[in-house]
Design a protein around this ligand. Structure first.
Ligand code: PMP
Length: 451
């Protein structure tokens, strides 16, 4: 009988996502286990997780409570149909989650990923205006350098050229406002940048161009993560909110990265004090253990669908795995872990003394900014427990310098992420000062050693 096992010598069959496949397969970086702040690779080396996996493992790896909850659930109720049937943990989780958000954000729709949350939110927004008798509101607005996952709605409202250009016309009726990244005025800002509130005026301009009666929603990441940690300038989000209100346009915050403690508050809405109409989340909801996403929506939106005959389905949308029992069990145990260990405020700026058990935001900030002046560094920025170091590109070879930094950091035992020539960092929220020191010391060596 043929041996069907795939050995690590045969890497050909798997077409890896968002990966330079040919490079990887020549020099694979294979992770085989993980615990707390560390991965272990196939060579048996510890790799410090400077990125919480892909911005998701907020509670740290292999936390016993979460592992046990998933295992128990698998033996108790492995699956329940998501349509016309329910199971208690989905309702319990929905109540727990909505209780974490300020009123009136009091309903939740479950998905399986950030991309699905985005598609769901965009569809809710379009259907909401129709339900209210405003079917002419069909346009969706996004922002340059926005990342909203990889499905067609998400790449259409998203603003990353390489994610769009291979795929034809995308959704029609979409437009974008400018991003807010302004190195000239805001380089080396600690926390929220001072300059750029006026970028929000773009919104008024785009709305006027298309006429407000045609515009359904604007989607933005409060802090753009995947395109390099772009932090909104002071007053910017408030202004977007006011303009959306003025024109009856729904505001969607994509909190797939910022949700669940990344900014030192439970959600970005808590950090910035600006309330959108819908919030998309995923990742940290289960600390990355089981795929899950969720869209939060205000009561007025839910209520707009709850009319018509009672036996008729109100919203024709959903996934086979919406509110999957394993994901719900994982999420409930994750929320317990966050609460018991105070992880959702761990990135707050309230202390810079190592080991005092309070927020690490200031410590993180000081440590990252200590890399100012290192070779190639043209900006350092931070908020909560996320940060970015922007490097000057090698002329004619954009992305190469940061990619080399990624390879060198991995060799030295630290996992970082890069996008363009930007190094992005987002450690699990269980990070301690000595891990931060290790990340920064490794980066210092890497930067000195870069071409
Ligand atoms: N939105 C944002 C803001 C994200 O950062 C991501 C993933 N990095 C997504 C959506 C897509 O999430 P997923 O990969 O789970 O589909």
């Amino acid at each position: 009988m043929a041996d069907t096992r795939v050995s690590t010598n045969n890497l050909d069959s798997f077409w890896m996502p968002f990966t330079a496949n040919r490079q990887f397969k020549q020099d694979p970086r294979m992770l085989v286990s993980a615990k707390g702040m560390y991965y272990k690779n196939a060579e048996g080396r510890q790799i410090l997780d400077g990125t919480a996996g892909l911005w998701c493992v907020n509670a740290g790896h292999a936390r016993p409570k979460i592992v046990e909850a998933i295992a128990t659930q698998a033996g108790e109720l492995d699956y329940a149909p998501a349509f016309q049937m329910g199971h208690p943990k989905a309702f319990e989780l929905a109540s727990r989650l909505t209780a974490m958000l300020p009123s009136p954000m009091d309903h939740v729709f479950f998905t399986n990923s950030g991309s699905e949350s985005v598609e769901t939110a965009l569809k809710i927004a379009l259907a909401y205006h129709r339900a209210k008798g405003n079917g002419s509101k069909f346009r969706l607005l996004g922002r340059e350098r926005g990342y909203h996952g990889v499905n067609f709605g998400g790449i259409s409202v998203g603003g990353i050229v390489s994610n769009r250009k291979m795929f034809g016309t995308l959704l029609t009726g979409v437009d974008h406002i400018r991003h807010t990244h302004d190195l000239e005025r805001n380089a080396f800002t600690r926390g929220v940048p001072e300059h750029g509130e006026e970028f929000a005026d773009d919104l008024e301009q785009v709305i006027t161009l298309h006429d407000p009666s045609t515009i359904a929603a604007l989607i933005v990441e409060p802090v753009a993560g995947s395109t390099g940690v772009l932090i909104p300038p002071k007053g910017y989000l408030e202004k977007l909110r006011a303009i959306c209100d003025k024109h009856d346009i729904l505001l969607i915050f994509d909190e797939v990265i910022t949700g669940f403690g990344r900014l030192g508050t439970p959600f970005a809405v808590d950090y910035f004090g600006v309330m959108p109409d819908l919030i998309t989340t995923a990742k940290g909801i289960t600390s990355g253990t089981v795929p899950m996403g969720a869209v939060f929506l205000q009561k007025k939106i839910y209520d707009a669908f709850m009319n018509g005959p009672e036996h008729v389905i109100e919203f024709f949308h959903g996934y086979t795995y919406s509110g999957h029992p394993l994901a719900c069990a994982a999420a409930l145990a994750t929320l317990d872990t966050y609460a018991e260990e105070g992880l959702l405020t761990k990135g707050a700026m309230d202390a810079d003394e190592p080991g005092d058990g309070k927020g690490l935001g200031t410590y993180w900030q000081t440590a990252l900014h200590s890399l100012r002046g290192m070779p190639h560094v043209i900006d350092i920025r931070n908020i909560g427990l996320v940060g970015a170091i922007e490097l000057e590109s090698i002329p004619g070879a954009p992305t190469k310098r940061a990619f080399n930094a990624f390879l060198k950091a991995y060799e030295k035992g630290v996992m970082i992420r890069t996008t363009g020539d930007i190094i992005a960092l987002s450690p699990p929220l269980i990070v301690e000062d000595h891990h931060i020191d290790e990340i920064v010391a490794t980066l210092a060596m890497v930067l000195k050693d870069l071409e």
